[in-house]
Design a protein around this ligand. Structure first.
Ligand code: SAM
Length: 371
C-alpha cells in the first residue's frame, strides 16, 4: 500500500533534498518549504532513511484533520489506530509545531496529542506507554497550521544527521546533512578531486567520500525508529537486511582523490578517526589553507572557514584566503561563510550566493568558478 511520506529538511536545503529524492527514484516528490513530500511503500520509507544524505527525518503521514478546539485535536488523534506501533510497554514522545492556529501553544498541542494516544492504549490494551523525551520507541510529530492538523509518525528515530560515524567533533562541526546539502549545491560532479582545506572534524570530506563511493549514509546506523515499532516483525527484519544488502551492493570503489586539511593537528586526529569509522579512505594533511596550491589539475574546493572568535584572532585571514583562492585557476570553490568578510575579500563574482543556516547561524554558500 502507498504511504505519504515527508522528508524534513534543514531550512533552505529543501531544493537539494528534492533533487536528491528524485534522483533516488522516489515518486511524487514535490518541492515544498520545510520538507519534501513523496509517496511510496513502507519499503520506500525505509530506503529513504538509509539513502537520503540531506533529509533530517523521514515521517509518514497518519492523519490530517481540521482543529480549532482542544476536543477536535483530542478526537482526531484518538481516531488514529495506534495499536500497530505502540503497546503499553513501549515509550512515546510527541513534538508539535503550531502556526497561525487557534491552539497556539505547541507544548499544549503535544500534551493533548499524547493524552489522546495514551487514553486509547489504556482503553484497548489495559495499560499506557510511558513518555521518554530523548529516546522514545515511537515518535509522533504534529504540525498544526491554520487550524489544520497533520499527524506524522517518525521513521528515523534519532535525527538522520547522526550517521553513526562521528565519534569526535571539533569546535564547530557541521551537521552531516548540511555538509551533504552543501556538496550538492556546490555543483561538485563526484569525479573531480575535492579538497576541504579547513576540514575540522572532516564532515565535508567524509560526506564527499561517501557520496562519491555511493555508500548510503544510513548503512552505518545501527537502528532506525521504525525498527522499534510494535508491528516491526521478524519478516520485516529479514526484508530490511535484504534492503541493506542491496544498498551495500551499490557502492563503487572508483572515488576521486579527496583531501581534508587543517592547520590544527588536534582536529585532524578527530577527522582521521571519523573517516575510519565511516569506512572511507581520505588523505588528511596538516597545512594552512593559505598554502593551498593549484598543483597539477582542476579541483573542487568545498569548505566552512572559521568565523567569530577564531577569526577575530587573525583579522587578515579572509584577505589571505581570497589571495590564495584567486590563484586556483579553473577551480570550483564553495565556501559556507557565517560572516560576510569572505564575500567582501574575494574579488570574484560569485556564481551563487545561497542562504543557509548552520545551527542558529545564518550563512551564505558562496560558489565561485575561479578564472
Ligand atoms: C568552522 S571550522 C570547520 C568545521 C568543519 N566543517 C567540521 O565539520 O568539523 C573551521 C576550521 O578551520 C580551521 N582553520 C582555521 N584557520 C585555518 C588556517 N589558516 N588553515 C587551515 N585551517 C584553518 C580550524 O582549525 C577549524 O577546524
Amino acid at each position: 500500500m502507498m504511504q505519504e511520506f515527508y522528508a524534513a529538511a534543514i531550512k533552505h536545503t529543501e531544493a537539494p533534498l528534492c533533487d536528491e529524492l528524485r534522483e533516488l527514484g522516489f515518486k511524487s516528490v514535490r518541492l515544498n518549504r520545510g520538507g519534501i513530500p513523496f509517496r511510496g511503500t513502507w519499503r520506500d520509507g525505509w530506503r529513504a532513511c538509509i539513502q537520503s544524505r540531506i533529509a533530517q527525518r523521514i515521517y509518514v503521514l497518519m492523519s490530517r484533520f481540521p482543529v480549532s478546539s482542544n476536543d477536535q485535536l483530542y478526537d482526531g488523534v484518538r481516531a488514529i489506530d495506534w495499536s500497530p506501533y505502540l503497546t503499553p510497554n513501549k515509550t512515546l514522545s510527541v513534538n508539535a509545531v503550531t502556526v497561525g492556529s487557534t491552539l497556539d501553544h505547541s507544548g499544549f498541542v503535544a500534551l493533548k496529542t499524547k493524552d489522546a494516544i495514551v487514553d486509547q492504549l489504556r482503553e484497548t490494551q489495559g495499560g499506557r506507554p510511558s513518555v521518554d523525551r530523548d529516546n522514545a520507541d515511537v515518535r509522533v510529530f504534529v504540525y498544526l497550521a491554520n487550524n489544520k492538523a497533520v499527524v506524522y509518525l517518525d521513521l528515523s528515530g534519532e535525527s538522520l544527521h547522526r550517521r553513526g560515524y562521528r565519534q569526535e567533533a571539533g569546535d564547530a562541526p557541521l551537521r552531516e546533512t548540511l555538509a551533504a546539502a552543501i556538496l550538492r549545491l556546490s555543483g561538485w560532479d563526484r569525479t573531480t578531486p575535492l579538497i576541504d582545506p579547513m576540514c575540522g572534524s572532516g564532515t565535508i570530506a567524509i560526506e564527499a567520500a561517501l557520496w562519491a563511493a555511493n555508500i548510503a549514509p544510513g548503512l552505518a546506523r545501527e537502528r532506525f525508529g521504525f525498527e522499534r515499532w510494535a508491528c516491526f516483525s521478524e519478516d520485516d527484519a529479514t526484508e530490511l537486511r535484504a534492503l541493506r544488502g542491496e544498498m551495500r551492493a551499490l557502492a563503487t570503489k572508483e572515488v576521486p582523490r579527496i583531501v581534508g586539511a587543517d592547520n590544527d593537528p588536534r582536529v585532524l586526529d578527530m577527522a582521521r578517526a571519523n573517516a575510519r569509522a565511516a569506512g572511507v579512505h581520505l588523505a588528511f594533511r596538516e597545512q594552512s589553507a593559505l598554502d593551498v596550491q593549484r598543483d597539477d589539475g582542476r579541483r573542487t574546493l568545498v569548505s566552512n572557514p572559521p568565523y567569530g572568535v577564531r577569526l577575530e584572532t587573525d583579522p587578515d585571514f579572509p584577505q589571505g584566503l581570497a589571495c590564495t583562492i584567486s590563484k586556483l585557476h579553473d577551480w570550483r570553490v564553495a565556501l559556507l561563510a557565517g560572516t560576510n568578510v569572505y564575500e567582501k575579500s574575494i574579488n570574484l563574482r560569485a556564481k551563487e550566493a545561497l542562504q543557509l543556516v548552520n545551527g542558529s547561524i545564518e550563512c551564505r554558500l558562496l560558489v565561485y568558478d575561479v578564472p
